[in-house]
Design a protein. Structure first.
Length: 195
């Protein structure tokens, strides 16, 4: 069972992710999170969707994904683990796009010509572990989900957020935005955001 994260634990987990590579890519987990959040912010997304972009891969950190897990055929189901870990801190406007971002990749592979061919090597490898492109029934069910549009947007930012050496606003900037959308009943766990 996944223990829900507290705000201080989430902050320290994200800060420590600067030292771990992002599953087969040439950037760190933190760089990927910050680049994803910046893509969302530049697109004019809501604070909730920017937060989802920042935290969409937190499940990898909670699961302790190793640098070679993908190559060894391990799908850590990070989208499910991430939602379970974040459920006490955030509501569905943050959690649902995180829960659906893997499905969004499968959806785009099935519906958008050329999308699958443009995936990074690591994303293509994980696609195979995650079920491959959706079939027609899955496509219909996904498209009918009220969070599908947000999940597809998040997926596109995820794809863009793999640039080595790209400068972004610091983690503190995005944690301040995330704090704005913390569940009201969990405010005691979100007392401070480091500078």
């Amino acid at each position: 069972m996944i223990m829900p994260l507290t705000w201080p634990h989430l902050e320290s987990l994200l800060g420590a992710s600067a030292a771990s590579l992002y599953g087969g890519e040439a950037i760190s987990q933190l760089e990927h999170a910050l680049q994803s959040a910046e893509c969302a912010e530049l697109a004019g997304a809501s604070a909730a969707l920017i937060t989802a972009a920042l935290l969409h891969d937190v499940g990898h950190l909670v699961a302790g994904q190793g640098d070679h897990d993908l190559a060894m055929g391990v799908d850590d189901r990070h989208e499910q683990i991430g939602v379970a870990a974040l459920k006490d801190l955030f509501a569905d406007d943050v959690l649902a796009p995180i829960a659906l971002h893997v499905s969004a990749k499968r959806y785009l592979c099935a519906t958008e010509p050329g999308y699958a061919a443009a995936l990074s090597d690591a994303s293509a490898l994980s696609l195979a572990l995650q079920g491959g492109p959706m079939d027609a029934g899955e496509v219909r069910r996904f498209a009918a989900n009220p969070h599908a549009v947000a999940a597809v947007a998040l997926r596109r930012w995820d794809d863009e957020a793999k640039i080595v050496g790209k400068l972004t606003p610091p983690l503190a900037h995005y944690l301040a935005l995330a704090r704005q959308v913390v569940r009201p009943d969990s405010s005691r766990t979100a007392r401070s955001v480091s500078a």
